[in-house]
Design a protein around this ligand. Structure first.
Ligand code: ATP
Ligand code: MG
Length: 394
């Protein structure tokens, strides 16, 4: 037997002439999120999507859809024939699966099919009377019911639903353009990536690792974070950039307190070149003002000087508690706190500069063959595409 899910979207309904583009993008993202749950069918009618899946796949599909950016809510739907008696029986059945004795309810009917012989308030009244007769423990409350039973009279059948599950809302990933996310294995950057996805940005991720100092665990962590992000926004391309040589050169030839700032400047230079090669117009980071010494306003300015791309920082005004809360909600937290070293945490200087002088940074960079090192790193970047299906978060 097949089951049906009704999907509602919010913000994209407001987008005027771009509406079909937004709706198509969401349709594709919905289909992508269900990969592996075949056979399924997705249709779009009157501003709603309907997903037809096998009964066994109903809850797995619901769980996946709850992560698709752009979706506001989802309801599992039962169907009934276009016959008042059948609608009454099916509505009662639906109510019996979800109600507690003494529950209050209300019926709301929408009649899209005007050929149906009863008007909406009449259907609500007749079905309500049938339910009260057969379940005497229930009461009607039209103002604040515990359960709202929805009946939609459509062309060929009636749809009945009483439960609504929230989606993430926002915009479908991909409608606003592309961004390159600097993704560490920490708590912040995956949250920044999720926030970008939720505003419709398609993400490519860039991670710097320092083998053999950072092991396979660190890369696996980033792969898992990408799998997770892919469940919210479709496929993610991950670029893995080897950073060991640059790091060693900076470590051995530059003043220690400048280490982090110099490393970030090198990362931003590489990110910029990669983004330009990939035709990506903007960088995203997980920086939040003042959180650590490398995120003072002065350091942010000194780091950003090396790129002419806009750098967007969705977390700039959030404090750590707020970021952790989001990371728990989106499930990145358990991955982010796995104890693997990141290339930066390995070599943190004891007293990093908080007010770097641009002149001194440039002078320090002249001590190392920066251009060569950056070109070499860019050549060694390994890229792979990660889909939500490969992950363990379905
Ligand atoms: P996060 O939790 O994202 O690691 P953080 O609070 O640890 O952030 P920093 O270590 O200063 O802050 O990093 C600031 C930002 O620089 C990160 O949010 C991320 O965007 C980027 N970044 C840091 N390390 C890496 C890395 N190894 N690869 C890619 N980007 C990185
Ligand atoms: Mg970090």
């Amino acid at each position: 037997m097949n089951s049906l899910l009704l999907i509602r979207y919010g913000e994209i309904a407001l987008k005027g002439k771009n509406r079909p583009f937004f709706e198509n993008k969401l349709l594709n993202n919905i289909k992508a999120s269900l990969t592996g749950l075949q056979p399924f069918q997705v249709t779009f009618r009157r501003g709603r999507y309907y997903v037809d899946v096998s009964e066994d796949n109903l809850f797995p599909a619901l769980r996946r859809l709850q992560r698709v950016c752009g979706i506001v809510s989802i309801s599992p739907v039962s169907t009934a024939e276009l016959d008042l008696d059948h609608i009454c029986r099916q509505t009662l059945r639906l109510l019996r699966t979800s109600h507690q004795p003494g529950t209050t309810f209300k019926i709301e009917t929408r009649r899209a099919n005007k050929n149906f012989p009863h008007i909406s308030p009449e259907i609500s009244r007749l079905v309500g009377a049938y339910i009260l007769k057969n379940e005497p423990g229930l009461k009607v409350d039209v103002h604040d019911p515990a359960i709202t039973l929805n009946i939609e009279i459509r062309e060929k059948e009636a749809y009945l639903y009483s439960q609504t599950f929230p989606g993430p809302g926002g915009l479908p990933a991909g409608v606003t353009g592309k961004g390159l996310l600097l993704l560490s294995g920490g708590i912040d950057s995956p949250v920044a990536g999720w926030m970008a996805l939720k505003r419709g940005v398609e993400i490519e991720a860039l991670h710097f690792h320092s083998p053999p100092f950072t092991g396979e665990g660190a890369v696996n962590k980033v792969l898992d974070l990408c799998h997770l992000l892919a469940t919210y926004g479709g496929e993610i391309t991950l670029h893995l950039a080897p950073f060991t040589e640059i790091q060693e050169e900076i470590m051995s030839r530059c003043p220690r307190p400048m280490l982090i700032t110099l490393m970030r400047r090198a990362m931003f230079r590489i990110a910029t070149k990669l983004a330009q090669k990939e035709g990506i117009p903007v960088l995203f980071t997980g920086e939040s003002l003042g959180q650590v010494s490398s995120q003072t306003l002065e350091n942010i300015v000194a780091i950003e000087k090396v790129t002419d791309l806009p750098v967007l920082r969705p977390l700039i005004g959030l404090d750590k508690e707020e970021i952790v809360e989001i990371s728990r909600e989106i499930n990145s937290y358990p991955i982010s706190i796995r104890p693997f070293e990141d290339c930066c945490t390995l070599f943190v200087p004891r007293h990093p500069v908080t007010r770097p002088s641009l002149e001194k940074l440039i002078k320090a960079e002249e001590e190392i063959p920066l251009e060569e090192l950056i070109d070499c790193c860019l050549k060694k970047i390994e890229s792979r595409t990660i889909s939500s299906e490969q992950g363990v978060y379905n």
